[in-house]
Write a protein that binds this ligand. Structure first.
Ligand code: M6R
Length: 615
């Protein structure tokens, strides 16, 4: 995920910016840059590590005001041109977030004569600032100050942003603003810092002011900060003292990256569907899919290829593509796909799901499928990864960097992407009405808030995890869409807590595994309401009859379930097709707190790697 930093003070800005960017490295990035203002703007940017950026900086850069950025590519490749800061004349800007209407703005700015150098959404901000400052590309006289130019620019932006801007004709001031992306100001002694999170300046000050959505701040040399709301009215803000140690802060205060990443899901899910759905029209817009309606209508089969957690997401995808779009779907693990049948692929669409885009088994299987003539698309989280260079089209999840080995936010954002894709196919193939599609999209938009509700109530899940953390075996059961969620719940638990755990289709227990159940075996039953709910209740009774402990994941308004189980972990009521996303957040927390109780190495479990690049 991108990170922004800014400094206004009396010390040389360059070294402070570089140091602050290093503190944001944990967020993950592919390029970095800084811009320092003295008489003019001096900009330095490059791909790769911050060490690369340091190596191109000249000695003794003068200037005590500057901005900096670490970039995690979303729009456009990770290269030097696309890295920030972006410039327009004597204006420089850094940005974290996604400008959803950038194409529309870009077209207008090009019409006004602005020339775009990068493929990023951010560059429109730089040109908009310039056009407000000077009245257009050829303007010479300043029409307003930077603060006003930022306020005017924000009026045209849709999407999320935390920005910091400089202008050499308005020296001594940095303007920052935010909407739906984090931004915090650090108040030092005669110096002010701005950053995506406090880790960036914690060694200089613990006195901070959190910028709220739609607020703009003008920061001047001498330590003067003024805040304004969306209507330009001055706002009085409270300074808070942060009680963090720098070591903790590298994980933004979370004990583990996994916990941090679980908590990021409300926003990563939102970012993944942002700008891609119109619930008014019941439409999903996935231009990057690059498939004609004709091709979508003639598709006869979908072949999903993935490994591990991504494979579990693929199994959810199978239900979605079959139920919503009426397309027969097979799901194979990358490592097994090639030993099956030679696929004759005229009308078959291959979908590779891989967070990293680097999993060797998945890559090899996709190469095989393409050699049969299959059209292949990838769902991945990493811009520029190997799969993106070997595929017909790419759908990016916008989870941001996932550092913990256990996949969490990458899984839920994969589910969101599959859901959007299935809806798009369903509409084009005439399988669902615009009205039904609208309802499903309205339900989708509610998911980030529902995830947040689960996170707010995580204590209950922690208690449950503690109660059963000594168990040697766990079972996870579910039916229909909740069956892959049972598999994923078991995978999460086993990989980080080292407890033997099995995921089962609930109806299959009686064909063997029931023999293993004792009063020492917790069985997690995913029993959210849906067309298999009654059958799940029967399975739960079967389990209880063998004295096993049952932990149910159930809707918050389900009062029936309490009669049959030992513990209920609640999820907000949601559409049957979307509740798996919510249940998986509960199961991630259950696994996390179990591993925590057992003192396991949560972010780096034994024998496992984040990205498996060998077959
Ligand atoms: O990067 P990928 O999605 O291709 O990785 C596939 C699996 O290695 C991965 O999902 C793994 O199962 C998870 N890290 C487990 O939490």
């Amino acid at each position: 995920m991108c990170g922004i930093v800014g400094y206004v003070g009396e010390k040389p800005a360059a070294s402070i910016l570089i140091d602050s960017l290093k503190k944001l490295e944990y967020r993950g990035y592919d390029s970095a840059g800084i811009c320092v203002l003295n008489d003019s703007l001096k900009t330095y940017k490059t791909t790769g590590k911050i060490a690369n950026l340091e190596s191109i900086l000249p000695e003794g850069i003068e200037g005590t005001i500057g901005i900096g950025h670490t970039r995690w590519a979303t729009h456009g490749k990770p290269n030097t041109v696309n890295s920030h800061p972006h410039l327009s004349g004597d204006v420089a800007v850094v940005h974290n977030g996604i400008i959803e209407n950038y194409l529309e703005l870009k077209e207008k700015l090009i019409g006004d004569g602005y020339i775009f150098k990068s493929d990023t959404d951010t560059e429109v901000i730089a040109h908009l600032l310039h056009s407000h400052l000077y009245g257009g590309i050829d303007g010479v006289f300043k029409l307003c100050d930077l603060m006003v130019a930022v306020q005017k620019t924000l009026l045209s932006l849709e999407g999320s942003y935390a920005i910091a801007a400089l202008c050499s004709s308005d020296p001594g001031v940095m303007v920052v603003a935010r909407k739906d992306s984090p931004l915090v100001i650090g108040i030092g002694d005669g110096e002010i810092f701005a950053a995506s999170d406090v880790t960036a300046f914690l060694k200089h000050t613990k006195d901070v002011i959190f910028v709220d959505d739609d607020e703009v701040a003008s920061i001047r040399a001498g330590g003067n900060v003024e805040f304004f709301d969306a209507d330009g009215n001055p706002v009085t803000k409270e300074t808070i003292k942060i009680e963090w140690y720098i070591e903790d802060a590298e994980k933004a205060g979370y004990e583990h990256f996994m916990l941090k990443e679980i908590h990021e899901q409300a926003s990563s899910v939102q970012d993944t569907f942002a700008g891609k759905i119109s619930e008014m029209e019941g439409a999903v817009v996935l231009d990057e899919l690059n498939m004609s309606d004709e091709q979508i209508r003639h598709m006869t089969r979908i072949e999903i290829i993935a490994c591990g957690t991504s494979w579990n997401a693929g199994l959810v995808g199978k239900y979605l593509f079959e139920q919503l779009a009426g397309i027969h779907t097979d799901v194979d693990t990358g490592s097994e796909f090639r030993y099956g049948y030679p696929v004759i692929c005229g009308e078959v669409l291959t979908i590779a799901i891989t967070q990293s885009g680097e999993t060797a088994d998945t890559l090899a299987a996709v190469r095989g499928a393409r050699s049969y003539g299959c059209r292949a698309i990838a769902i991945t989280n990493v811009v520029g990864s190997t799969i993106t260079r070997e595929i017909d089209s790419v759908l990016y999840t916008r989870a941001g960097p996932e550092i913990g080995v256990a996949a969490t936010k990458s899984f839920t954002t994969q589910l969101i992407t599959l859901y959007m894709l299935a809806l798009k196919f369903a509409r084009i193939r005439g399988k669902i009405s615009a009205e039904d599609s609208k309802n499903l999209l309205v339900a989708l938009k509610k998911i980030p808030a529902d995830i947040q509700k689960i996170l707010n109530r995580k204590k209950v899940i922690q208690e449950c995890a503690k109660q059963f953390s000594d168990s040697n075996d766990y079972f996870f059961i579910g039916r229909h869409l909740n069956y892959p969620i049972a598999l994923e719940g078991a995978l999460k638990l086993k990989e980080i807590s080292y407890i033997h755990a099995e995921g089962y289709a609930a109806g299959e227990l009686k064909h063997g595994p029931l023999a293993l159940l004792t009063d020492k075996t917790p069985v997690v039953a995913i029993a959210t309401k849906g067309h298999t709910y009654e059958k799940m209740l029967s399975n739960i009774k079967e389990v209880k009859a063998r004295d096993a402990v049952v932990i149910a994941v159930a809707d918050e308004d389900d009062t029936e379930i309490e009669k049959y189980v030992d513990v209920v972990l609640r999820v907000p009521k949601s559409h049957e097709l979307l509740s798996p996303i919510l249940s998986s957040v509960v199961l991630q927390l259950l696994a996390y707190y179990t591993a925590l109780e057992r003192g396991c190495s949560i972010d780096k479990p034994r024998n496992l790697a984040k990205s498996v690049t060998v077959e």
